[in-house]
Design a protein around this ligand. Structure first.
Ligand SMILES: NC(=O)c1ccc[n+]([C@@H]2O[C@H](COP(=O)([O-])OP(=O)(O)OC[C@H]3O[C@@H](n4cnc5c(N)ncnc54)[C@H](O)[C@@H]3O)[C@@H](O)[C@H]2O)c1
Ligand SMILES: [Zn+2]
Ligand SMILES: [Zn+2]
Length: 354
């Protein structure tokens, strides 16, 4: 009896309603288009965005949805049009699905793919399950070479490309430049790790949580500022001889932190926003109009996964440093509890083994 059940059903973490989720038995996904692949998940994780969904902040994600948009696994089945992968292949799943053909994909702006983008664990079922259906498999999966460290690669599905593309690349981090990263969560720390590709002279990390600032120091921050006293802008200006920073990366997503970026940006500098904002934020053109600054926004495209893959394989960066806890899929509710109480548990990224 058990055998029959396990052949057609699987365990999955399902969003039920704001504040409610459960680990349920769900039908195993099947191919729905010739470009699909079914992947058996080996390792996945939880993102801050999953917590946003559970609060009811992401209306596109409806009750009944299997959550998760990060992970690695083994290809179980492929549709007839998939040419890059076959059953048994070890793959990394991008959080963004891309057809590779539409006007946005042709510009490598995969996040805006007209039939993809961020749909996994949002508008289609996601990776916090034993199996997942990946649309546009040829462009949304990446081969994992033998012997690669799966846990490190889970960090490549979302957080490393997000910190790098939206923060470091958009922020134009340069050798010898001065960078401030507001927010030392997994995304801010991913920006910190990848900013160091460009040898900035200073990277100042700002957060309210001393534990996360301690981690930031170990990851290469040259200075840290706890902004709980409301004086972070003055502190950063004092640290930079009243000049401000060349790049200010916003990695929180609230008005106060975007305003802080505007207060500390040097003439000619770039404010690179990463945070997802739910509330309007004032733009202080009265003080910024003559300062030659740029402001950028971006939804992660994951176009840099192949490049980041090489930096991880060659150990230029070690994203495994971000992993603080490990759980089995059976205990994913404990994993959510731990991840959701990061201030107490000191959690950064949790690995879930399916
Ligand atoms: N643009 C994109 O494509 C994209 C992709 C993924 C995530 N995001 C967004 O990036 C942001 C960061 O993600 P995360 O997973 O690291 O989030 P997180 O919640 O784990 O980290 C945010 C950090 O900000 C700190 N913080 C909160 N208020 C602060 C304040 N007033 N001053 C200074 N620090 C403060 C918190 O202590 C925490 O360490 C979120 O808004 C997330 O939704 C954007
Ligand atoms: Zn995410
Ligand atoms: Zn496309």
């Amino acid at each position: 009896m058990n055998k029959i059940v396990s052949a057609t059903t699987m365990k999955a973490l399902v969003y039920l309603a704001p504040g409610k989720k459960s680990l349920e038995e769900r039908p195993k996904p099947d191919l729905t288009a010739p470009t699909d692949a079914i992947v058996k998940i080996t390792k996945t994780t939880i993102c801050g965005t999953d917590l946003h969904i559970l609060k009811g902040d992401v209306p596109s994600c409806q009750p009944g949805r299997i959550l998760g948009h990060e992970g690695v696994g083994i290809v179980d089945k492929v549709g007839s049009a998939v040419t890059m992968f076959k059953p048994g292949d070890h793959v990394l799943i991008s959080c963004v699905s891309a057809c590779g053909k539409c006007v946005y994909c042709r510009k490598q702006m995969y996040s805006h793919c007209t039939t993809g983008g961020w749909i996994l664990g949002n508008t289609i079922d996601g990776t916090q399950a034993e199996f997942v259906r990946i649309p546009h498999a040829d462009n949304s999966l990446y081969p994992v070479p033998d012997g690669a460290d799966e846990e490190a690669l889970v960090m490549l599905s979302d957080i490393l490309p997000t910190g790098f593309e939206c923060g470091v690349l958009n922020g134009k981090v340069q050798p010898g430049s001065t960078v401030a990263i507001v927010g030392s969560g997994p995304i801010g720390l991913a920006a910190l790790l990848t900013a160091q590709f460009y040898s900035p002279a200073e990277i100042i990390m700002i957060d309210l949580d001393d534990n996360r600032l301690e981690v930031a120091k170990r990851f290469g921050a040259t200075a840290t500022v706890n902004s709980a006293d409301g004086k972070a802008a003055e502190t950063v200006m004092a640290m930079t001889a009243k000049r401000g920073v060349d790049t200010a990366i916003e990695a929180v997503g609230i008005p106060a932190t975007f305003e802080l970026c505007q207060q500390i940006i040097a003439p000619g500098g770039t404010i690179a926003n990463i945070g997802v904002h739910g509330k309007k934020v004032d733009l202080h053109l009265e003080s910024l109009w003559d300062r030659n600054i740029s402001i950028t926004t971006r939804l992660v495209d994951t176009a840099t996964i192949p490049m980041l893959f090489k930096t991880v394989s060659s150990r230029k960066i070690d994203p495994k440093l971000l992993i603080t806890h490990r759980f089995k899929l059976d205990n994913i509710l404990d994993a959510y509890e731990t991840f959701g109480n990061a201030a107490k548990t000191k959690a950064l990224k949790v690995i879930i083994e399916a």
